[in-house]
Design a protein around this ligand. Structure first.
Ligand code: GLN
Length: 320
C-alpha cells in the first residue's frame, strides 16, 4: 500500500490506544537503577516517511536510553572509518544466542558472530577508537547521531549521553568486561579494554526520543542518503547491507521471531526502543520499556506487528 493513500494519523492513534490497554507489558530492565526506575506505562511511536512527513503518537518526544540501537550507528561510522576491513574482525551471521553470550567466542576464536551482539559491538568500538582518545571518539559519535537526526528545524542539540546510565553500565558491566578481555586474549581488541568499553558504555547511554530516532534512521530507508539534505551517509550498498544485518541479527536470539511477526529490518535495545526500517517507505521508532524474555521490547514489537499489518509495509509484502 502506498504511504500517501494510508491514514497514518488514524493508524498510529489506533495502535497507541491498543497498547495503552495492554496489561502484560513485559519486564523493564533493572540491571541498573537508572533503567529500572522507568515506568512500563510509556509508549511512543514515530514514523518518518520518505517525503519527510512525520507521524507521532504517545510519548514520541520523550527521551529514553537507546542502548543497543546505538550499535547501528556505530557500525555505520566504522564502515565509513575502516570500510570492509571490519569483516575480518566481526562476522555477519545471526548468533542464535543471547546478546551478552560468551559461548561462541571460544570456538570462533574471539571473532564475534555479528556487530549487533555485545561482543561484536565492542569490537566495532575498538575499531572506532583508532588513534583517538575515548573522550574524542564519544564526542564524535554523539555529533554523528545528532547530524543524522537533524531535520533542520526541531533541533537535535538535546541528543546527549545520560551520564547516570553510562556510570551504571560501567559499574555493572562485568560480562562486557569479560567479553572484551576474552577477545583481547585472541588479539581482537587492540586498545586497553577500559578505553574500548568506555566508548561502548557511553554509546549505550545515548538518550533520544522516538522522533529523533526515526529521523536518525532516514538514511537506512533512503539508500544511504539523508533525504532532507541529500547528503550521503553511507553508500546505497552499505545501507542495504546494514538493513540485512538488522533483519538477521538485530534482535539477537529473537531475530527470527521478529522477522516472522514484523518482517522489517529492526534493531532493539534494552531500554525498550526499536528502530525499524521499511526501505523506500519509512523509518519507524517505537518505545515501550517492558521487555520480553529475549530482552526485546514486548509491546514495541506488538506495535510494529500491528503497523505492518495495517500498512502492508513488511518487506515480504508484495510491492504495490
Ligand atoms: N548496555 C547493555 C549491555 O551492554 C546493552 C544491551 C542491549 O541493549 N541489548 O548489556
Amino acid at each position: 500500500m502506498h504511504s500517501h493513500s494510508l491514514d497514518l494519523k488514524a493508524i498510529t492513534a489506533e495502535i497507541a490506544a491498543e497498547i495503552a490497554q495492554a496489561t502484560d507489558r513485559g519486564r523493564v530492565a533493572d540491571y541498573i537503577p537508572a533503567l529500572g526506575a522507568i515506568s512500563p506505562a510509556h509508549f511512543g511511536m514515530a514514523i518518518v516517511l520518505a517525503d519527510g512527513t512525520c507521524h507521532l503518537a504517545g510519548d514520541a518526544d520523550v527521551a529514553f536510553s537507546i542502548q543497543s540501537i546505538s550499535k547501528v550507528f556505530s557500525l555505520t561510522m566504522a564502515l565509513g572509518a575502516v570500510g570492509d576491513a571490519i569483516w575480518k574482525r566481526v562476522g555477519r551471521e545471526p548468533s542464535g544466542s543471547a546478546f551478552n553470550s560468551i559461548i561462541q567466542l571460544e570456538t570462533e576464536r574471539g571473532i564475534p558472530r555479528n556487530p549487533f551482539i555485545n561482543a561484536g559491538a565492542i569490537v566495532v568500538c575498538d575499531m572506532l577508537l583508532g588513534r583517538y582518545e575515548p573522550r574524542e571518539a564519544i564526542g564524535d559519535m554523539v555529533r554523528f547521531v545528532r547530524s543524522l537526526a537533524d531535520d533542520g528545524q526541531s533541533g537535535d542539540g538535546d541528543i546527549v549521553i545520560d551520564e547516570h546510565v553510562a556510570r551504571g553500565e560501567a559499574e555493572t558491566g562485568f560480562r562486557n568486561m569479560a567479553l572484551a578481555n576474552y577477545m583481547r586474549a585472541f588479539g581482537n581488541i587492540h586498545h586497553p579494554v577500559e578505553h574500548t568499553l568506555g566508548l561502548y558504555f557511553h554509546q549505550c547511554a545515548i538518550a533520544m526520543s522516538c522522533r529523533q530516532l526515526a529521523l536518525a534512521g532516514r538514511y537506512l530507508m533512503a539508500g544511504g542518503r539523508n533525504p532532507a539534505t541529500g547528503r550521503s551517509v553511507v553508500s546505497a550498498q552499505r545501507a542495504r547491507r546494514i538493513n540485512a544485518l538488522m533483519l538477521m541479527c538485530g534482535h539477537y536470539d529473537g531475530s527470527g521471531e521478529f522477522a516472522f511477526r514484523v518482517g522489517l529490518p529492526g534493531k532493539s535495545g534494552v531500554g525498550g526502543g526499536i528502530l525499524a526500517i521499511a526501505p523506500g517507505v519509512a523509518s519507524i521508532a517505537v518505545w515501550s520499556p517492558g521487555l520480553n524474555e529475549r530482552g526485546n521490547s514486548q509491546l514495541g514489537t506488538l506495535a510494529l506487528e500491528r503497523l505492518v499489518r495495517k500498512t502492508g509495509w513488511s518487506i515480504f509484502d508484495p510491492v504495490p
